[in-house]
Structure formats: C-alpha cells, structure tokens
Write a protein that binds this ligand. Structure first.
Ligand SMILES: Cc1ncc(C[n+]2csc(CCOP(=O)(O)OP(=O)(O)O)c2C)c(N)n1
Length: 632
C-alpha cells in the first residue's frame, strides 16, 4: 500500500511489517520535502515515524484518544489521519496547523502547543470515560523534555493515586530542544545506556523465579529480597513506585517491538507507562547530526541540510544574548535562567562565556521564576529569559515570589507579539495584560534592538523587577554603538511634533507609525509621533502635556486590545478626567490569532503603515488645508 492511499488509520490494521516499514520511508520523504518548504518541527517528527505508525496500528483513533504533548510531533499523525494532501499548507495562513487542533480533525483529541499538559488532559478523559461507563483507550504521548515540566509530575502523581487505566508513552530521545537537563533525564539515560540494567533485569527475573515459595516467612523474605533487588536493578522503579506499570525501555524504531508492547499495555489494568527510545531526526543525516537546529527550522535546502541564508540585521534574540553576556562580564552578580531554550532565548552566549552563571531549568518556567527570586534575594541579578507565551505559566511566581518582594529580577520576554507560523498557542500577545496589573513591576518595550540593549542595561541597574518585551525575528539594523548607555526607564520618546493627531506606538511598530506619519503629512495631517517605550509606568507627564494640546490619539500595539497599552492610556485619561481626548486603538481583537506568515497577519490587523493610515481615515475627522472639512 502506498502512503497516498491511506485515508484513515484503520487501513494500517492488517498491513505486513514490510509494508509498514516502506510506509515509514515514504513518510520520512514527505516530512523532509514538506518542512524544507514550509519550515517546522522536522527532527521531532522524524523521530516518531514508527511510533506513530505503531500507535495507529494498535489503537483505534478517533474512538481511542491520542493526546500529543506539545503537539509539535503530530505531523506524521496528521498524514495518517486524512491530511496528507494538505501537508503543503502546513503552518501557512488558512492551511493546517503545526499542532493538533480539535477543529481540524476528530483524530486530534486535544489542542496542545505548550508543554507538559498531556498526562493531565488524558487523565481527565480517562475519568470521563469511566464516569460514562464507556470503553476506549486514552494514550498520552510525552517526550522526555516535556516530562521535565512540573505539571507532568503533578499529573503522574494524581494518575498513580487514582489507578485508572491510562497509557502514557514516554518518547525518550534524550533531547528537549537542546540536550535535556535534570536528574530525571539522567535517570532515563541510565536506563537506556547502561547494559547492566538490561542484564540485571534478566538476571533478577531468573533469581526470583528460582526462589522457593513455601511458607509465609520465606515468602516475606523473598518479597523483601525482591524489593531491595528491584530498587537496584529493575528499570522504571520510579514509575512503578508512583503506581504505574512500567514497560520498557523499547526500541522506538522497531515496529514489531512497539506493536507488541502497545498491545500488552492495553491488556494491563491501571496506569501504564511505556518507555520508548527514539532518535531525534532519525533517517535524515543533517537532522540526526544536528537535532537542535532541526527541532524547529525555517525552509532549508534538502541536499545540504542548510537553512536558507538570511541576510540583514541580527535578531533581537542575538542582540539581547550578546549584550547580556557583555554586561555579565562587568557584573559578576548577573546570572541567566532559561526554561529549556538556551538557543531560542540567546542565553547560549552567556552559557558559553560564563557557564557557572547560566541555569537551564528544563521546561519549568514556574520554577525558573522562583529560582530567580531566590537568587535575587541573595544579592544576585537574575535575568529570566522566557518567551512571552511561556511566561504565562509563571504568572503567580512573577507576582507572588518576585514582585511582592520587589526583587530585582529582569524578565526578558522574547517572541512578544505575533510570532507567525506556530500560531495561536505561541503568539505572545497577552503579556502586557497579565503583567501591567502587578505592583512594583516595570513593563517596557523597545522600538528596536538598540533600545533593547539600553533597556536591559538600565533594567540591570534598577532596584526592582522589570519586564522587557521584544519580538521574534530580525532587528531594524540600527547602529549598536551606544548599546550600553542605559535608558531612563519609564520615559517615552517624542520623535516628531505635530498638531493634528498623536500616533502613540509601542515596540517596533513605531517604525510603521513613522511611515504612516510621513504619508499623512502628504495628506496635510501633521502628527506627533511618540515611541511609548514604557507601559508601566506610563510617562504621564509627557503624555498629558501632549494630549492637552492635541485631542486626537491613535495608540498602536502588537498585543490584544483588552488590558493592553491602549487600555492603559485610557485608564490614565480617566484618572485625570481628560474626557475630551478621542482615543482610537490598533491592536488585536478578542480572538486567538491563527497561524500564518507574521507580516500577513500584521496586515490583517492593521499593524502596518497602510493599516495605520486606513484607521486614521476611518476613525478620525479632520479639517485640513489639503483635505478640506472631511475625513481623508
Ligand atoms: C511551556 C512550554 N515551554 C517551552 C516550550 C518550547 N518547546 C517546544 S518543544 C520543546 C522540547 C520538547 O522536548 P521533548 O518533549 O523531549 O520532545 P522532542 O522534541 O524531543 O520530541 C520545548 C522546550 C513549550 N512548547 N512549552
């Protein structure tokens, strides 16, 4: 059977192993071809080809529920569940998502994107099944990286306690995005790499079989011996002690082993954990050799495995990472914390230069934030670099552990704003709303990479907590010569003065506002252009002075309108009872923004020069020399 003929996973049920193996080859080809064009999570998917085939062979999706943790490894699942033809639209606007979506297919049992949720969700489904007296399997597929997240432990703890039938498949490839970290990861590694575990397991089974089973005393003694020996040599004791039946470790590229063990897992009552060993990037040499680069990649050349070169200025991430490292060279108290993203956040530069002052906590944002609080209260200057979307996890820790004690922790929120193809789970468009309500915290947004460095420099001299949000992608290409001159925090920058309209923009959209101001000037409308820089505190002194002169204000932000920057401006006007100022806001509506090209999405939401001019035309009424008494 050819891959193209598979319209439903039930077609896998009676295929020979050879046919399934040839399907695995075809799937790998399709994955490489697709992702080389669309970009996406190649290495994780190459690693789960056989695992996904075996899952769909043994379980009956969509009656049986498969919950993918993070969900970045669900491409093979999508191919086998009727979406092969749509793979070319993967991650494109209007196309299929790079993550499971219940709205996309009944085979996508649960939406994911953020890590470590699968066991909780699967346990909830298993409970619902039991309450309804229904019969089906619930399977959570979780990576060793995702297993470092606290929520996964909370769920294991609860699942072991409840004892309901639930299957967890641990896809262990020893990698998170970078190398996985932590004591649990070392524990898993020992199981996979130390032949003594395998041998020990076999030996001990022989010994136990030979133990006499007569007389209660002997039985008790035998059990004691069994137990103590088990602790020494039987793999998976940790999971067994938590109440799971542990099966494994098994070779995750051997279809026969996996099919056999999954069938066995179905027969066992109660919670089962199957430990599957896979290779990230399997079957494509560049991805096998460089799995972190191929974890999530843009378009690339298949034969060389090289990403298509990007010319132009360095990214915000790079400028942040290098600036921090330079600042750390002059201040031994500076430390950096990442939650499993040393590359993505740019903290790898600090890690290279000052490994003893760099901490990768695993996918554990909450722990990372409170760890920073502990360091800060002990005299250190922690910089916690976490994507805007993932810091949502650490809200209470930011509030309760850092800000309530007014500790000098700097939060570097990368990927703030629209991120593009990763879509709704990854857009960083809620941070202003969830941060600006917290007392003591300063909330800043630079207009370009120079200001990012200067804000970081200033933030590291400030005596309380500071959050700096900045976007994904390349900077504006401005000179970085003055990068270590600290900005005075909480002040805005008036870039142009005009009398008709105030364009008040936050973040790099200031550059779009500047273009719009030029165009409006040509239409006879003179704008005051302000780079807001600080959402909390607002630079009330400057803004009130400007608003007293000009009563038409357009705020612009790459963030949801609810609770965002425009809201903050309205609150300020309300506090000062300036009721005659007309404020219109450009930002994101009350909806989850879909996946797609970031610039295309920005255009859709008027976060571009044309959108700004259009909004001015639609919402304001001007009497000018060129336009007469009319709108534009
Ligand atoms: C809360 C959260 N933090 C960070 C991430 C970014 N992230 C996506 S995948 C990943 C690594 C996952 O590793 P693992 O579960 O082992 O899966 P693998 O890619 O190795 O198959 C990370 C850190 C995320 N999705 N969610």
């Amino acid at each position: 059977m050819r891959l193209e003929e598979i319209k439903d996973p039930s077609q896998l049920k009676h295929l020979s192993l050879e046919t399934m193996e040839s399907l695995a080859d075809a799937i790998r080809q399709k994955l490489i071809l697709t992702v080389s064009k669309t970009g996406g999570h190649l290495a994780p998917n190459l690693g789960v080809v056989e695992l996904t085939l075996a899952l769909h062979r043994v379980f009956n999706s969509p009656v049986d529920k498969i919950v993918w943790d993070v969900g970045h490894q669900s491409y093979v699942h999508k191919m086998l569940t009727g979406r092969l033809d749509q793979m070319s639209s993967l991650r494109q606007y209007g196309g299929i998502s790079g993550f499971p979506k219940t709205t996309e297919s009944p085979h996508d049992a649960f939406n994911t994107g953020h890590s470590s949720t699968s066991i909780s969700a699967a346990l909830g489904m298993a409970l619902a099944r039991d309450l309804n007296n229904e019969k089906y399997e619930v399977v959570a597929v979780i990576g060793d990286g995702a297993l470092t997240g606290g929520m996964a432990f909370e769920a294991l703890n609860h699942a072991g306690h409840l004892g309901r039938h639930l299957i967890i498949i641990l896809n262990d490839n020893e990698m998170s995005i970078a190398n996985n970290v932590g004591a649990l990861s070392s524990y898993l590694s020992r199981m996979r790499s130390d032949p003594r575990y395998y041998k020990g397991k076999e030996d001990i089974e022989q010994v136990l079989k030979r133990l006499p089973s007569i007389g209660p005393k002997v039985v008790k003694m035998a059990e004691r011996i069994k137990d103590s020996l088990k602790y020494l040599v039987v793999p998976g004791m940790l999971f067994e002690e938590l109440g799971f039946t542990y099966l494994g470790p098994i070779d995750g590229h051997n279809l026969h082993s996996m099919i056999t063990v999954f069938q066995q897992a179905k027969r066992i009552k109660g919670p089962v954990l199957v430990h599957v060993l896979t290779k990230k990037g399997k079957g494509y040499a560049p991805a096998e050799n460089n799995p972190d680069a191929f974890h999530g990649i843009g378009s690339f050349d298949i034969s060389s495995g090289k990403a298509r070169p990007k010319d132009g200025p360095p990214s915000y991430t790079e400028v942040f990472g290098r600036s921090l490292t330079q600042l750390a060279a002059h201040n031994p108290k500076i430390v950096g914390i990442t939650a499993a993203m040393p590359d993505g956040t740019g903290l790898k530069y600090l890690a290279e230069e000052f490994p003893e002052r760099f901490f990768d906590v695993g996918i554990a944002e909450q722990h990372g934030v409170t760890l920073a609080a502990g360091l800060a209260i002990s005299g250190y200057r922690p910089v916690v670099a976490i994507y805007s979307t993932f810091l949502q996890r650490g809200f209470d820790q930011v509030l309760h552990d850092v800000c309530m004690q007014n500790l000098p922790v700097v939060f570097a929120l990368d990927r703030a704003g629209i991120v593009g193809e990763d879509g709704e789970t990854h857009h960083g468009v809620f941070d202003l709303a969830y941060l600006r309500s917290i007392p003591n915290l300063l909330v800043l947004a630079p207009k370009d990479e120079l200001e990012l460095s200067q804000m970081l420099t200033g933030a590291l001299q400030h005596s309380g907590p500071v959050a700096i949000r900045y976007p994904r992608g390349q900077g504006k290409g401005v000179s970085l010569a003055k990068r270590y001159e600290p900005l005075s925090l909480g002040k805005c920058e008036v870039l142009e003065e005009g009398k008709d309209l105030v364009l008040l923009a936050l973040g790099p959209v200031v550059y779009d506002a500047a273009e719009a101001a030029e165009e409006l000037k040509g239409k006879g409308i003179s704008c005051t252009l302000i780079n807001a820089r600080s959402v909390k505190p607002l630079d009330e002194e400057t803004l009130l002075k400007v608003f007293r002169k000009c009563k038409k204000v357009l705020t612009i932000e790459e963030h949801v309108l609810a609770g965002g920057f425009g809201s903050a401006v309205r609150e300020m006007l309300g506090r000062h009872q300036l009721n005659d100022v007309q404020v219109v806001s450009i930002g994101l509506p009350d909806t989850f923004v879909a996946h797609g090209n970031a610039n295309l999405l920005r255009q859709k939401y008027d976060l571009c020069p044309e959108g700004i001019v259009k909004t001015v035309r639609e919402k304001f009424y001007f009497r000018t020399a060129k336009t007469g008494f009319s709108t534009l």
